[in-house]
Design a protein around this ligand. Structure first.
Ligand SMILES: [Zn+2]
Length: 311
């Protein structure tokens, strides 16, 4: 969960603002579905969303100077359009949403870094990432799970995560089109292949058994699939997209493996009904697998706990 902090360098509020406001509507509805189907989920939240006023945000960002070569990556480049608080500016504050998430059972609060930090972009170094994580520690949430912004896993930074009590992250699928990329190495070919892979089985299902999980320096709970948003242009292919995910889940359930599905709330922010309906179809299938194959829903911390028990 990031609201506009996840996309301020890529889109304007004119062309993506609807998705951000829609995310605020989608979040409680997603939570309702999670409750109905007993889903344990990890919410990787951008730390800046905790701030209650611009004053608080500015004071937190004061210590956090990240010298990206491309200044647009810095949240400071976006401050001109940040309002005073959540009521005035629903795009950049989210503490009421965080409270809603925390009020429901089996929802883990994780982190997506404090400043939506880009771990592989040029200019930033380890010490800047460390300062970012210190701001996360100050939130007093006992956070143990992290999702790297833009999936930019930096292996050196895993040791910094460990130092601050973060013992799990979501790694990337093990195939070249999903391996960590920067703004410069995310080629059109990779983007096209990832899109195609959402509909037809190009790269497999990326399910994996617990015993295969890499534990050092911290636990890598790899992604199996990004849940793409509904697309009007590709609506005729929706059945394929759903089948692709269901097949992956079935494979995981039958083989006692994990399937790690993820998305951003703002992906549901447009075509909210279609996206929620699609999610419910997935969750109905999970229900079927729970009943027939002893399949279980786990958030990232549940996986850590299970690994502790079996090791
Ligand atoms: Zn992000």
């Amino acid at each position: 969960m990031e609201l506009n902090w996840g996309v301020h360098d890529a889109f304007t509020l004119q062309n993506y603002g609807e998705n951000i406001l829609g995310a605020r509507i989608a979040i409680p509805r997603i939570l309702q579905l999670f409750l109905k189907y007993d889903i344990h989920a990890t919410w990787a939240i951008v730390g800046m969303l905790y701030c209650k006023s611009k004053e608080e945000l500015l004071s937190k960002l004061e210590d956090l100077e990240v010298p990206y070569e491309n200044e647009a990556f810095s949240p400071k480049s976006n401050l001109w359009q940040v309002g005073e608080n959540e009521i005035q500016d629903p795009y950049h504050y989210g503490h009421s949403l965080i409270d809603t998430i925390k009020s429901l059972p089996n929802q883990e609060i994780g982190t997506h870094t404090f400043s939506h930090y880009y771990c592989l972009e040029a200019g930033q170094r380890t010490e800047h990432f460390e300062t970012d994580l210190q701001a996360i520690v100050q939130l007093n949430e006992e956070i143990t799970s992290l999702v790297f912004p833009r999936n930019q896993t930096n292996n050196d930074y895993l040791y910094v995560c460990k130092k601050y009590g973060i013992n799990a992250y979501r790694g990337n699928e093990k195939t070249w089109i999903y391996s960590p990329y920067t703004s410069k190495t995310n080629t059109r070919t990779k983007r096209m292949l990832r899109l195609l892979d959402a509909y037809v089985n190009l790269t497999g299902h990326h399910t994996f058994p617990l015993k295969s999980i890499q534990k050092e320096p911290i636990i890598n709970i790899k992604s199996s699939r990004f849940l793409r948003p509904y697309s009007k242009q590709l609506a005729v292919l929706e059945k394929l997209r759903l089948r692709r995910i269901k097949n992956g889940l079935t494979k995981a359930a039958k083989n006692n493996e994990l399937y790690h599905l993820w998305w951003h709330p703002h992906n549901f922010g447009k075509n909210i009904e279609e996206n929620l309906q699609f999610l419910e179809e997935i969750l109905k299938h999970v229900d079927y697998l729970k009943a027939n194959y002893n399949f279980q829903s786990m958030h990232m911390r549940d996986v850590i706990d299970v690994l502790k028990i079996i090791s």
